[in-house]
Design a protein around this ligand. Structure first.
Ligand SMILES: C[S@@+](CC[C@H](N)C(=O)[O-])C[C@H]1O[C@@H](n2cnc3c(N)ncnc32)[C@H](O)[C@@H]1O
Length: 259
């Protein structure tokens, strides 16, 4: 069964959520990918491609001589990639058989959703050619619990519910913090690591992503017994209030190389 918490989200709402994630963090991701030197003719793999903006950007960099394989368990938002350099593969990355190796693999907010993350990291290492790069980015939701400046009790309970929901599902809400070590254990050399704390005003894209996620996962959040419906409504209202600054989560990004 899929571990992915958003698997029951309605198609259009999930697409909207994925587009907000892209609007919020693509610029940072593209900066990291540029640091690898990705250019014409490279073979790339975008794991957990979601709505596909990063796969699309990679295609513009590698050009017609290159290759961009966009992999997702659910490829319904990737149908526009029907010709070279793009190839779309639908399925669980752990069980896919792929031809050859790639120069660059990118995955953002994917490992945290997989209980068998170590298996996934090993597969990533095997798919990247020796000397090639993996750019991996994962969230840490415990940042919101520890670092929030506003001290609102309802927000605190919702942030605790988010962490509890991951823990109850056998997943790690602080996955980003463990990412560098886990990647090293999987045989990667870490060339660089960066942590971005998402401290933003209520109407910023990150705040809107988190509000949308809260509405979609209302039952899961309240089902932890930590936050109530009223807490959730308050959290969502704060996430729409431009005068209110909150830490929503952090993103840990690494550039790693396969020796
Ligand atoms: C939170 S979304 C992020 C989408 C995109 N990476 C982004 O940041 O805009 C996670 C995506 O990873 C996909 N995913 C999670 N585990 C996967 C796996 N084991 N194999 C393939 N896709 C996976 C999900 O289907 C989903 O589209």
């Amino acid at each position: 069964m899929s571990d992915y918490l958003f698997h029951r989200n309605a198609e259009d709402r999930e697409l909207g959520r994925l587009r907000l994630i892209e609007a919020a963090v693509d610029a940072d991701t593209i900066g990291l990918l540029e640091d690898t030197g990705v250019s014409g003719g490279w073979r790339c793999l975008e794991l957990g491609a979601g709505a596909g903006s990063i796969a699309e950007w990679l295609g513009t960099r590698v050009g017609p001589e290159g290759l961009v394989v966009a992999v997702d368990r659910k490829a319904s938002y990737l149908r526009r990639f029907s010709s070279s350099p793009y190839r779309v593969v639908e399925g669980d990355f752990r069980t896919l058989t792929l031809d050859g190796t790639v120069d660059l693999l990118h995955a953002r907010y994917v490992l945290i959703h997989n209980r068998q993350d170590e298996e996934l990291l090993t597969k990533i290492r095997n798919v990247v050619k020796p000397g090639g790069y993996a750019v991996l980015e994962e969230p840490d939701f415990t940042s919101a619990l520890r670092l929030n400046p506003c001290g609102d009790e309802a927000d605190r309970r919702v942030n605790e519910a988010i962490c509890r929901m991951f823990t109850d599902a056998g997943l790690d809400p602080a996955y980003g913090l463990a990412l560098p070590r886990k990647a090293e254990d999987a045989g990667f050399e870490i060339l660089g690591a960066r942590a971005a704390m998402h401290l933003c005003p209520g109407d910023a894209p990150i705040a809107r992503v988190m509000a949308k996620s809260a509405l979609v996962l209302r039952q899961e959040y309240t089902g932890t017994g930590v936050a109530t419906d009223e807490d959730l409504d308050r959290y969502v209202a704060h996430a729409g209030d431009a005068r209110r600054w909150s830490v929503y989560y952090s993103t840990v990004s690494i550039i790693a190389r396969v020796r």
